[in-house]
Design a protein around this ligand. Structure first.
Ligand code: PMP
Length: 425
């Protein structure tokens, strides 16, 4: 439609300069890989046959659920940990501990990689995320702390608790009298450093004692640029290569924004005409930000503090505040679609019924947005649209894949919702 075309033009003008270089990637499926981290990334692209056939558009899903930690977040956790090692912030097998606030997937990825590389992990989550994720974390030997859902301005909010725990750990393990920086975040906006006056010029790598000491690292996926880089260097180039550059649109939800920012920027740097489309669960503020350039504040009109994460059955995506990674992504986003819980549920059941694909809630949300976008564009000539299949349904037995739970929550399991979407024009 014309309004969509106009929005595209506006976004294009606003797009900030990006001149990143494409890095070569290798698909390593025929090699023997080194350890669990060798299994991360280079995921296949799968054609969603039922939807592609129904619409006459190639709908291709990046099968991130095949990562060893079970989600797209393996890429991010690996990159954050590797970057922290490169910066000398943590060292394997020294009792160092990684702290993170997460809806679960990132925690599972961190816990997996921590085990493989000689770290401990403490994961802080809201107590309303699915028990399946908690069980996975405990099996991986992570320390799990569950906190009440709270606004971002509250000390008890999960990200704030994770930052605080990392600081406390740093203090506990600081060696008197040389209290050199022990807890560092890689991101200046939330830099947490405890340091003594006599630190001088000493660099951590000059000092063996310093290196040996257990250190706390707050991974900080919302603000940490390594998150963006994992997708800019990995997911984006992989999609480009797997489609031979023949891709018309990329559709993704945003939880931290790392995926849409990294993939979006990479794809736009290769071909400016690729549409970047946000899939947003109802209740998230990002849709309004993209469409009308307004963002909720931390406090609603009744003065109630707002949670930065969204109250929806769709776990892992949606955001009510601007973080560094989503800010890298928003200038790339051409348009957005809101997806209801009922639509996401219908999509997930439809995909099992027709394709045998058992996916998590954010994947289903992405695919609903794919259909809405394709319908609005009027595409039906084999255009390629790529999206992310973030995780599998097995992470969601207790909520999204639990019909009894959905019924109690007033969310219908109604496949006709999807038939209506597919047949709409
Ligand atoms: N899907 C799931 C299951 C997730 O856990 C997340 C991350 N919170 C996302 C999608 C969103 O990815 P991103 O953080 O890169 O925006």
């Amino acid at each position: 439609s014309t309004s969509l075309a106009l929005a595209f033009e506006r976004r294009k003008r606003e797009r900030i300069n990006h001149n990143f270089e494409a890095r070569p990637i290798e698909l390593r499926r025929d090699e023997i890989l080194s350890g669990v981290t060798g299994l991360i990334g280079n995921t296949p692209l799968v054609r969603i046959n039922s939807l592609s056939d129904a619409l006459g558009v190639e709908i291709l899903g990046k099968a991130e659920f095949l990562n060893p930690g079970g989600s797209v977040k393996d890429r991010v956790a690996l990159r954050m940990i590797e970057d922290a090692e490169r910066q000398g912030l943590i060292h394997p097998h020294t009792g160092s501990r990684i702290f993170e606030g997460t809806s679960g997937s990132t925690g599972i990825s961190i816990a997996t990689i921590a085990r493989a590389r000689g770290y401990e992990a403490t994961i802080i989550m809201q107590d309303d995320v699915s028990q399946d994720k908690v069980n996975a974390l405990l099996s991986l030997g992570a320390t799990v702390e569950r906190v009440r859902p709270a606004s971002i301005v509250d000390k008890g909010q999960f990200v704030n608790v994770a930052r605080q725990r990392a600081m406390d750990f740093g203090r506990t393990h600081a060696e008197a009298p040389t209290d050199r920086p022990n807890v560092l975040s890689s991101t200046p906006s939330t830099l947490v450093v405890s340091t003594s006056a006599d630190d001088g010029e000493a660099s951590p790598s000059d000092n063996t004692d310093f290196i040996q000491r257990p250190r706390g690292f707050f991974a900080d996926q919302f603000e940490n640029r390594s998150n963006f880089e994992a997708h800019f260097d990995g997911t984006g180039p992989e999609i480009w290569r797997q489609t031979n550059g023949d891709v018309k649109a990329f559709v993704s939800g945003a939880g931290t924004g790392g995926t849409i920012a990294g993939v979006g920027r990479f794809l736009k740097s290769m071909e400016d005409d690729i549409s970047i489309v946000l899939a947003d669960p109802e209740g998230s503020g990002l849709y309004n930000k993209v469409k009308f350039d307004v963002m909720y504040s931390n406090v609603d009109s009744e003065g109630k503090k707002r949670r930065h994460q969204v109250d929806t059955i769709v776990e892992g995506i949606g955001l009510n505040r601007l973080t560094r990674n989503i800010e890298l992504g928003l200038p790339m986003v051409d348009t957005a679609y809101q997806v209801s819980d009922a639509e996401a549920v219908a999509m997930s059941r439809y995909l099992v019924k027709h394709d045998g694909l058992f996916l998590g809630s954010s994947s289903a949300c992405n695919l609903v947005a794919c259909i809405k976008f394709i319908k609005e564009m009027g595409w039906n000539s084999g255009e390629k649209v790529v999206t992310i299949l973030c995780d599998s349904g097995s992470r969601h037995y207790s909520k999204f894949w639990n019909d009894e739970f959905l019924e109690k929550a007033g969310i219908p399991v109604d496949l006709s919702i999807l038939d209506a979407l597919l047949s709409s024009s």
